[in-house]
Design a protein around this ligand. Structure first.
Ligand SMILES: *[C@@H]1O[C@H](CO)[C@@H](O)[C@H](O)[C@H]1NC(C)=O
Ligand SMILES: *[C@@H]1O[C@H](CO)[C@@H](O)[C@H](O)[C@H]1NC(C)=O
Ligand SMILES: *[C@@H]1O[C@H](CO)[C@@H](O)[C@H](O)[C@H]1NC(C)=O
Length: 342
């Protein structure tokens, strides 16, 4: 093990020194390091100003790519301090006191390389405007966001992760108009907001949709028709009853992981053969049988494991009103099941 470890370390050091940074930029960068921060000599593009009790952002050196400002008391994203920070790739502002007025117009749009912007646990009331089109990940969880300005995402063609969990968004805030422009969105997290229906206007690229802890009661029959890539759907802790779940709504061939724990379902919903994980614990389901849960006719499932065999590997049914044992036809249907909790 030891020789391997040292080899690994050598490689890492080599990589860091290899950051192609001309000597004079390197000197300028280290020289301009704010006294409140730490600028590691072997990783000169990173500036660490986290956990310092800072109320204002110090002047950021010009060649910074990675800027860590989390866990401070910052209220304003000052254009002055960030004037030279146009090379940023990564900006972490989690756990500060920035409200929407504190995001000065234009301060973010000048960061034309910014890929990751983290502003979890601040005091924002709207999604910030004038975001740079280079953005790939935007994290805004645990704020008090109750508004997504229309067209705020227009031009953000690279954004693939949008985290808005634990905010105050309502149905009319998440619409085709407000989400317009998100052409490459893969993951959207809207958990713990105040939604009472499924969000509208999600782009067809959406693969992971997280909606836990809202007040959703029903799902429109065609909801996933234009969301042909959805693979991970979380709807735990909502108010879904079986009457709010149309027969084929979850029979979506792209779906791999479906989480419906802590709802009010009285029946096991129909799933597709491709589903691998199904969470149905803590509902009101009274019974389960192969005839009503198997996505294919049970007599077509035989010992040869091929395409037609349902892929379900993990099934949770605890916290319902189902009494063991698990019916034999359920086991016969789901040949690949490795874990069932009842
Ligand atoms: C920005 O860079 C210029 C030129 O290097 C320097 O004179 C100025 O003080 C810098 N401003 C800030 C806010 O760091
Ligand atoms: C589920 O969907 C597939 C393909 O879309 C379809 O062939 C199948 O009949 C559906 N299952 C049920 C039980 O309706
Ligand atoms: C799977 O195997 C069964 C039984 O051997 C066969 O009838 C069926 O056509 C096979 N399906 C596929 C998609 O190969």
């Amino acid at each position: 093990m030891a020789p391997l470890m040292s080899l690994l370390c050598l490689c890492l050091v080599g990589q860091v020194i290899g950051q192609d940074m001309p000597d004079e930029e390197y000197m300028a960068q280290i020289h301009a390091c704010p006294k409140e921060c730490r600028c590691p000599a072997d990783f000169p593009r990173a500036v660490y100003c986290d956990n310092r009790g800072l109320k204002i952002i110090p002047n950021i050196p010009p060649h910074t790519w990675y800027l860590y400002l989390q866990n401070n008391l910052i209220e304003v994203l000052s254009a002055d301090a960030l004037r030279n920070a146009t090379q940023l790739r990564w900006l972490n502002l989690n756990r500060n006191r920035i409200n929407s007025k504190g995001v000065v117009d234009g301060v973010l749009s000048k960061m034309s390389h910014l890929a990751h912007l983290y502003m979890d646990e601040n005091l924002l009331s709207t999604v910030p405007s004038h975001l740079p089109s280079s953005l790939e990940h935007l994290r805004l969880s645990r704020n008090r966001i109750s508004r997504i300005p229309s067209r705020v995402f227009l031009g953000l063609n690279k954004l693939n992760l949008l985290d808005l969990q634990r905010n105050k968004l309502m149905d009319d805030d998440v619409t085709e108009v407000s989400l317009k422009g998100l052409k490459n969105l893969v993951q959207i997290n809207l958990a713990k907001n105040q939604l009472s229906r499924m969000p509208l206007g999600l782009p067809p690229t959406t693969t992971q949709l997280f909606l836990d802890g809202n007040n959703i009661e029903k799902i429109p029959a065609n909801y996933f028709k234009d969301l042909a890539k959805v693979a991970f759907l979380r709807l735990n802790h909502n108010k879904l009853g079986s009457t709010g779940v149309p027969k084929n709504v979850f029979n979506v061939s792209s779906m791999l992981d479906l989480q419906l724990s802590h709802n009010q379902l009285t029946e096991v919903p129909l799933i597709s053969s491709g589903l691998e994980q199904l969470h149905l614990d803590h509902n009101n389901i009274k019974s389960v049988s192969g005839a009503n849960v198997c996505p294919v006719a049970i007599d077509t499932v035989d010992d040869s494991v091929n395409e037609s065999v349902p892929r379900l590997r993990y099934l949770r049914l605890d916290g319902n009103r189902i009494k063991p044992p698990i019916p034999r036809d359920v086991i016969l249907c789901f040949r690949m099941l490795t874990s069932i909790v009842i």
